[in-house]
Design a protein around this ligand. Sequence first.
Ligand SMILES: Cc1ncc(COP(=O)(O)O)c(C=O)c1O
Length: 376
Amino acid sequence: MNLFDVYPLYNITPVKAEGCYIYDENNIEYLDLYGGHGVISVGHTHPDYVSKIKKQLDNLGFYSNAIKNPLQVELADKLGKVSGCTNYSLFLCNSGAEANENALKLASFHTGKARVISFKNSFHGRTSAAVAVTDNPKINAPINKQQIVTFLELNDADAVENELKKGDVCAVIIEGIQGVGGLDEGTTPFFKKLESLCKEYDAILILDEIQSGYGRCGKFFAFQHHDIQPDIITTAKGMGNGFPIGGVLISAKLKASYGLLGTTFGGNHLACAAAISVLEIIEKEDLITNVNDVSDYFLSEIKQISQIKNIKGKGLMLGLEFDFEIGELRKKLIYEHHIFTGGAMNKKLLRILPPLSVKKVHIDTFIKALKEILKS
Ligand SMILES: Cc1ncc(COP(=O)(O)O)c(C=O)c1O
């Protein structure tokens, strides 16, 4: 059987990894400044993480959500404490799209309404409602286009209010910082206005922190830069450091009832062990302080590269905007300098999403490579 051919692939086959490095079958070392789409949080094959998952597998890998699973309780407790979101409840699932599906569904159940406000250039996943609220018609099939969604400009609070006034909006969904779209973000006054408008017009404010969360932006969640309390927060990516897991953090305003949500695999024992280990490492190694230190260093050193016209993002979720399309630059970084970086919908933007444990020396390597490529 062939693979369904939907991914244009770089011609590299990683076979092992450690920390911020990936090794191919010829043992060539690659510096990972992309973390496989911002997934690697605590570093590849972190020894504590590996041993926790192995131990769990020796005991119990999976059983259904019809029985007690103390690991889910431990994960919820730890996530609440580490993120500062103790007054939320946790629903566990397997991916980012699934977290957003459940968030949107909850908003619709709670308000009895169906229309969603989303923003231009947003990305929220590829499944049913999650892709419908994603601003990319190319990945929306006719079945997805049945959803009722209005896309507005980021930071246009008047437009949001005009739509909310119509009374049929169940949710406003927004990324902490836009990832795939190209690192644009709402201002603090805009986030604060969204919070108050959603309260006023009985809509649920969903913060998609799937890429921007888990310490990546220098606080546990990016919205914490804006001093707001969303009704729902969605997480995935960094949550499992590569083990598939997603989470929906739900404020007390939304009430649970038996059967309201459900999943076969979500919150399984192995996934919980992985996610607990990630939080333990984030705390033990003070990775959020490291994110801020390395980010400051990156932002000061990158000034040496005059071809960069604009820098977007926060912490270690950064976008370097050039005045040319970066496809060739990215290829040279990978094939000639063995450094992984990312692209975005904005073709002139190079995305940097390294493991949160990345060191200043790795930034030096990247800047040296950029200089060499750009002078040639
Ligand atoms: C902000 C955001 N939301 C949702 C998703 C979808 O996550 P997943 O691919 O795990 O379904 C992504 C993935 O890139 C994302 O960046």
